[in-house]
Write a protein that binds this ligand. Structure first.
Ligand code: GCW
Length: 749
């Protein structure tokens, strides 16, 4: 659309054409700035910046042809032409040329003898050099994919207004496998998806390959994501059926130039369902042979297939425990089938059982720790960042640092299941950095999760970081503009865990919205503060899993009637007349002892940081906190601080209107208004509930909830998003008093 507008201006089009162009602009206003282009917008820079960069990016020189090199060339010509508002094409070496390639593909690059040795297959070098008497920029790598990554990095420098005249940048990923797990179902729905339907249109594949697949792949590659699993970890056995493998193979062809390997989530019982065997027991030779045959068949069609993700014996999924085998036995039978092809198993550690009375937070560690050393070397035990489930804040999972002989992959969640879903702005790299910087103390000080994950702590060759995708077919891909920052930030962090959340926010804002310092300097702090805000208004001081049943949308701290006790909020907060919080010290469930001794002592003792207090301790309502306030007062203060923070976010965003297109600005503005309302809902409902135990007055200056507890308990959301196939409770009565927000219905008992 913009291109059309520019064309109309330049060519002095006849009036009727001009009118037609204007009309078409009015008819389809959505494609101007609706977020579809993500951080790869490449809109023309301001004239002064164009003047500065144009002489430094005149042509693109690429020798040899290969899919990833071609993708790099295409991205550079597209990006530079857009940013500099002039055609930048392939051409000869001249002043300002951008010369790309590998020593193998390009005699020009080979002749420069660049120091590429330490950069591996994916790393790149960007350097300003003199070539045949011309000042040029080279983007060089050992592998074609490194050239593509380097090209995106070069564009990023321009997009974020960095100086590029004297470049000497070398970069290689810290982590080898940087993977998104899509929780997409084959029927097009997405588990915990808040951005529309699945982007994967299985029905039309392989005959129609939606162009969005390649756009998504470009975005993934631009931040270094090099693998995606295509389907829900609660897997549909159909995924492995031959008709689907044909479709997967076509998709792999689209993704391959962008360095992305495909993975599939599989169901452990597939040998029975698909193979018609009597058992899926991993010790059974027929089962072993079945997996081998199945995997060989996949590799015949997809030679670079990545491997499998497996959720076994968790939340009703079948697994090796059904046959009295261990999690390692289950993982290894599949790993053995993948091994000859270079494939990997991501075996999830998210297991807990309603039949096990042990504290749910302890169960994964109890099950996996004794198996350390028993997993094949092409298995990753994929472990969520915390021991419960992607809460606004969790202490880091005790398995990190406790499994030295096992490849551990960190799993984080981009889709905001427990964080307000589409409309709450919560910038997740802050949360992930907290996890990565966490010192497990496993081998003394400095044993950070980063070093567990990148393999350096225990000398593992392989390394992986996994994110549960937030991508759907919404026009802006992630449901909210700011959720794009989580996609962007996941890839950037997996590539370089040393980046700070601030740096990533700065980059993303510059590429996505504006590089104006007044904008960046206001919005970066807003993004950074957003994480603590959600902790404060939902689950302050170590509280966790208090979300409403099923959809996890809104507060439900009173819920106590779920058949599985360890899914009830009352299980997690343990409020009673004496106090609040889950005693996980040695006098309680003793989960603290799963951490390395210095941490175990800290968490079990009085010096535990406030932010983890109620996760590990049952604390008296009038307990004197470090601040001198009582627990009750401190709790109320945190809830209110959370709301204040959201109000501040809204003020900041209001002031940003001049910097941004109206379309994206107003969507976010509306979302922030929803966030404030819902923060208030969380605060009021939580206080109304907890005060029935504390019986303490509101601290001075803090208003009581405007309604009684019954009001909040009666709020019922029939169809919270992200739960495919769910049927709402029968409609029992006319709503007595529809919630004033219009988004909740009260069904009186
Ligand atoms: O957090 C829970 C989610 C489930 C999800 C599960 C998991 C895919 O509520 O929807 O199932 O985690 O991670 O396996």
């Amino acid at each position: 659309m913009e291109g059309l507008a520019r064309w109309s201006m330049r060519k002095k089009a006849p009036a009727c054409l001009f009118v037609a162009a204007i009309l078409s602009l009015l008819a389809v206003p959505a494609s101007a700035e609706d977020g579809y282009d993500l951080w790869l917008r490449y809109r023309p820079m301001e004239a002064s910046a164009q003047a500065q960069y144009r002489p430094l990016a005149t042509t693109v020189v690429s020798q040899g042809a290969a899919p990833s090199l071609d993708a790099a060339k295409a991205e550079l010509t597209r990006g530079l032409s857009g940013l500099l508002d002039k055609p930048v094409r392939s051409g000869p070496v001249t002043d300002g040329a951008v010369v790309i390639g590998t020593p193998v593909s390009s005699p020009l690059i080979a002749g420069l003898n660049l120091p590429l040795n330490s950069l591996g297959k994916e790393g790149y070098l960007i350097r300003s050099v003199s070539l045949d008497g011309h000042a040029v920029t080279v983007i060089a790598a050992n592998g074609d994919i490194g050239v593509l990554y380097g090209s995106f990095a070069f564009l990023r420098l321009i997009q974020t207004h960095q100086a590029i005249a004297h470049l000497d940048v070398a970069s290689a990923p810290r982590v080898k496998l940087r993977i998104l797990n899509h929780w997409d179902n084959l029927d097009g729905t997405i588990e915990r998806g808040y951005a529309g339907h699945s982007v994967f249109d299985w029905q039309k594949m392989p005959y129609y390959m939606d162009p969005r697949y390649a756009v998504m792949a470009r975005a993934d590659a631009s931040v270094g994501i090099n693998g995606i699993s295509l389907n829900n970890v609660s897997a549909d056995v159909w995924m492995l059926a031959p008709m689907y493998i044909g479709k997967v193979s076509a998709l792999a062809d689209v993704l391959r130039p962008y360095g992305i390997r495909v993975y599939l989530s599989i169901k452990f019982s597939a040998p029975v369902e698909l193979g018609k065997l009597k058992t899926a027991d991993p010790a059974d030779p027929a089962v072993q042979a079945w997996w081998k045959k199945e995997v060989d068949g996949i590799y015949r069609r997809i030679p670079d297939f990545g491997g499998f993700v497996v959720k076994a014996n968790s939340e009703g999924q079948p697994g090796p425990r059904d046959y009295n085998r261990t999690q390692a036995d289950g993982a290894n039978v599949i790993a053995d089938a993948l091994k000859p092809h270079g494939g990997t198993v991501f075996w999830r550690a998210f297991v807990y059982s309603e039949k096990d009375p042990t504290d749910r937070a302890k169960q994964a560690y109890n099950e996996f720790k004794p198996l350390d050393g028993q997993f094949r070397d092409n298995v990753f035990v994929q472990t969520k960042n915390g021991a419960i489930d992607f809460q606004p804040r969790e202490p880091t999972h005790p398995m990190f640092g406790a499994m030295p002989k096992t490849n551990l992959a960190l799993e984080v969640q981009l889709t905001k299941e427990y964080l307000g879903q589409t409309t709450h702005l919560v910038y997740l790299p802050v949360l992930w950095k907290e996890v990565l910087d966490w010192d497990t103390m496993a081998k003394g000080k400095g044993s950070t999760v980063t070093r567990v994950i990148d393999g350096s702590l225990e000398g593992h060759d392989n390394s992986a970081m996994v994110g549960v995708s937030n991508i759907g077919d919404d026009r802006n891909w992630t449901g909210a503009q700011f959720s794009q920052a989580d996609w962007y930030g996941f890839g950037r962090l997996a590539w370089d865990m040393n980046l700070s959340a601030e740096e990533i926010a700065r980059e993303w804002l510059g590429m996505t919205f504006s590089n104006d310092p007044a904008f960046i300097n206001a919005v970066v702090p807003m993004m950074i503060a957003s994480r603590e805000a959600v902790v404060d208004y939902m689950t302050p001081l170590g509280l966790h899993h208090l979300m409403a049943t099923g959809h996890h949308y809104g507060p439900g701290p009173w819920v106590d009637d779920l058949p599985r006790p360890e899914q009830n909020p009352v299980y997690f907060h343990q409020a009673d007349a004496k106090g609040l919080g889950f005693d996980r010290t040695p006098t309680g469930s003793d989960a603290t002892s799963q951490y390395a001794p210095p941490i175990a002592r800290l968490f079990a003792g009085p010096d535990i940081p406030d932010r983890y207090l109620l996760w590990f301790h049952h604390v008296a309502w009038d307990h004197k906190m470090k601040s001198g306030r009582t627990l009750w007062d401190e709790l109320v203060l945190h809830y209110d601080r959370g709301i204040d923070s959201v109000r501040q976010m809204r003020r900041t965003w209001d002031a940003m209107k001049p910097f941004i297109d109206a379309e994206r600005w107003s969507q976010e503005s509306a979302f922030l208004a929803i966030q404030e309302k819902e923060a208030q809902w969380w605060r009021d409902a939580s206080i109304a509930y907890f005060e029935t135990f504390s019986h303490m007055p509101m601290p001075d200056g803090h208003a009581p909830p405007p309604h009684d507890l019954a009001y909040y308990k009666a709020i019922y959301i029939p169809y919270g998003p992200g739960r495919p196939g769910y049927t709402a409770a029968p409609f029992r009565n006319l709503p007595k008093d529809p919630d004033e927000n219009g988004n909740a219905v009260q069904i009186p008992e």
